[in-house]
Design a protein around this ligand. Structure first.
Ligand SMILES: [Zn+2]
Length: 326
């Protein structure tokens, strides 16, 4: 009996894990070892898939491609939208055929014979950063992604916190201005209407209209032949554009308010910021850290490190797979 137990433990330690990053346009799947190294990767487009059954078969194909003969500890699936992790159901918000309310966990377990867990993509990114990225070594970490919208995930006292029905962490929809502009969720003045990449571009357009002058931001966007984006605001501010600098100051204030709410709510020792906006580097992080320290209550000062995310494009795969890392 003893020998069997020891052997099982040894095998478990060496077992590979699989992460699936499910998106509206592609399925990306990777196999990792227990230390987080990506051993194999497969990607397939979802365009042309006509039914939920075809989508599930495609997911299974990618898993079989990466797994080879490996013994797999489990498969984590990261999905956008509302994910009911408790029941293994994707509620809605993913642009795939017949997908709303699909029992993906039980379907995959049936076809693969491996245990499967479903998770929201922001929670997967949070867990990935905590285990392998910028959250390593922290005790309580909040992950925030500033991109088209704002996503977030909570790791509290070393555990991924998903709440009673697994929907915790919609920090982008915490309200920072009840008299603010309408958010896609129906409320007014949600944090994501002030600090997401989309919001930064809007604030810049408003500032340009108000200033009534040609700004460097506009010229940068025109030179690229693309609409004005957050990237141009950071670039122009760095090159001395006054309107861009003022927009950036506003953005830093709003983002700091969101981080202040996080620090007062969860008292994390680390906040990790990912998404396109986080790529602005020091021009964003230095003033943001200063502003947040200034906004928070005195006892919280110096208790929380704010860092850019470290994992890049495969964060969804890595985070989902890490659900099965010991
Ligand atoms: Zn909202």
């Amino acid at each position: 009996m003893m020998t069997i137990v020891v052997n099982t433990t040894l095998e478990k330690e060496n077992r590979a894990v699989i992460g699936v990053d499910l998106g509206g346009t592609k399925i990306a799947t990777g196999m990792l070892d227990q230390s987080g190294s990506l051993l194999a990767r497969s990607q397939k487009a979802t365009a042309g898939l006509k039914s939920a059954d075809e989508v599930i078969s495609t997911i299974v194909d990618t898993i079989n491609e990466v797994r080879g003969e490996q013994d797999i500890a489990g498969v984590g699936v990261a999905s956008p939208g509302m994910v009911d992790s408790k029941n293994g159901i994707i509620s809605n918000g993913v642009n795939l055929p017949d997908w709303d309310g699909i029992s993906l966990q039980s379907e995959l377990e049936k076809r693969l014979g491996i245990s499967v867990r479903l998770i929201n993509d922001a929670n997967a990114a949070a867990w990935g950063e905590y285990v392998y990225g910028a959250g390593r070594g922290s005790q309580s970490m909040v992950y925030v992604t500033l991109s088209t919208g704002i996503g977030s995930g909570l790791v509290l006292d070393g555990r991924l916190f998903t709440g009673s029905s697994s929907f915790a962490g919609e920090l982008g929809h915490t309200v920072i201005n009840p008299a603010g502009i309408q958010c896609g969720c129906g409320q007014r003045g949600c944090w994501e209407t002030y600090s997401s990449g989309t919001a930064i571009a809007r604030l810049a357009r408003e500032a340009i209209a108000e200033a009534g002058i040609e700004t460097h931001m506009t010229m940068l966007a025109e030179a690229e032949g693309v609409p004005l984006s957050a990237k141009h605001v950071f670039q122009a501010a760095g090159q001395g554009d006054q309107v861009a600098a003022e927009t950036l100051e506003q953005v830093i204030h709003y983002t700091g308010l969101g981080l202040m709410n996080i620090i007062h709510s969860f008292n994390p020792d680390r906040i990790v910021i990912g998404g396109g906006v986080s790529r602005a580097g020091n021009a964003f992080f230095e003033p943001l850290i200063r502003k947040t320290e200034e906004l928070i209550l005195e006892p919280y000062r110096g208790t929380c490190t704010i860092k850019p995310a470290e994992l890049r494009d495969d964060v969804g795969i890595i985070g989902a797979a890490a659900l099965f890392v010991d």
